[in-house]
Design a protein around this ligand. Sequence first.
Ligand code: NAD
Ligand code: UGA
Length: 481
Amino acid sequence: MNQKIRKKIKRICCIGAGFVGGPTMAVIADKCKNLQINVVDKNSKRINQWNNDDLNKLPIFEPGLDKIIKRCRNKNLTFSTNVEEEISSADLVFISVNTPTKIKGLGAGKASDLKWVEACARQVAANAKGHTIVVEKSTLPVKTAEVIKNILESTNFEKEGSTNATFDVLSNPEFLAEGTAIKDLEYPDRVLIGGDCKDAIMALNEIYLNWIPQEKILHTNIWSSELAKLTANAFLAQRVSSINSIGALCEVTGANIREVSRAIGTDSRIGPKFLDAGPGFGGSCFKKDILNLVYLCQYYDLNEVATFWESVIELNNWHQSRIANLIVKKLFGTVSGKKIFILGFAFKENTNDTRESASIKICKDLLSEGAVLFINDPKVNPDQIENDLKIKETKSLLNEDVKNKSNNDGSWCFVNQVSCGFKGADAVVILTGWQEYQKIDWGNASKTMRRPSWVFDARSVISSKEITQHKLNFWQIGSGN
Ligand code: NAD
Ligand code: UGA
């Protein structure tokens, strides 16, 4: 076995230029000018977008990201497809690739698909030189570090003597939320480093110490770190399902979910965050990470624990269908041929990400009832919506009178400007909490809608007074008044 000769970290390679790899490495580069950070990805289109001179065309929209890219790109931060080359010159490699739910084979529908992580481990094993710290940044099932170590060591064994490569493996899960990624990375609640080698932990610790106080950098064993990440997401998602379940009860009892949230959130043991009722949680991770947890529990024969966590997802699915169904019911039991103006397609505000967005499920349900959807989102482009809905956009709808259009299959078009979507609409449905939806002039909007008209506010962005004074019918999530 080669002897591990550890060195000071100077060059970092991050495999995966996605929602995590891009912003995280940008912030590290910005805070550690003495480090050279090279982000690599096999997707050349994405890399070209990261290198675009027009900062409005970066592949990810995150408030504050463009300014950091401007400061660091091509100084101590690069984006390229040179995966092998950048691995071979790196002292530390972050693995920040996608880990979606497996769609076929053993564990399909629940377990994480680790084929991209495994491919990275093999690439690192084949190309690393000298001592390299390999850091799991992706969210991974407990014990994945063992798989990575196994691949690194056995490949190394095959090449013994030729490369002198040695490795340490750490877990350093990411807790950023989209839409607030830069703030979360600059001022994290905590940074978690799991591992069994003190020197490697301290090398990564030293990087974060450039801007994060030591008391916020937690060290654990590697399995606790992997499990803590899944658990944090499961707890957060559980709060959303809990508040949405009580919201449904509010609607039938005359209680109001915002008042209930405030009342329970002031209990310091519960706390005020993550208590906003909405159209159901979306995003690329909550569902996949809970499914992963469920799979792990089943694997270890903890079936009651698995059922407990699975119910968080079941409630979320039910909740999204409930919203689509209640829209249909309020519109006299049919939306066929009716124009419905959808405000918001991203899974939350301040991001262009639509993965698992509640809007996808709700729009699909309405389309299957024959609705004509006019969809607006300030950051999501129509190609992405087409991809998510799996129905081609009918652009000509913009110039048609869609009232009572015979439309058994449902159709949709994209509306660039919010003010252009109300004409002839039977209903407006707010599904993402973009700030600009709070500024709608409902007086003007209501004049052109078809009567009786409805406003469905699934994000609590508007006040009922504002709406009802214009003789619009109003439904708000969790409101029984
Ligand atoms: P993503 O899909 O946006 O990006 C992953 C990138 O990895 C892709 O661009 C893909 O082309 C690239 N890639 C995959 N295999 C590769 C390989 N072998 N070589 C080079 N490039 C490769 O994913 P993401 O949202 O950034 O998530 C990455 C990980 O971080 C996941 O495990 C996720 O669960 C976790 N996570 C995500 C978030 C989030 O907000 N999105 C937050 C915390 C943690
Ligand atoms: C979430 C976690 O918050 C991050 O800590 C974690 O790193 C990340 O997942 C991940 O692992 O991917 P994210 O999904 O980006 O971040 O966004 P959240 O703010 O958590 O929102 C998730 C969903 O819950 C959104 O659809 C949001 O609208 C919904 N939500 C959130 C509510 O409906 N109510 C709330 O009170 C909070």
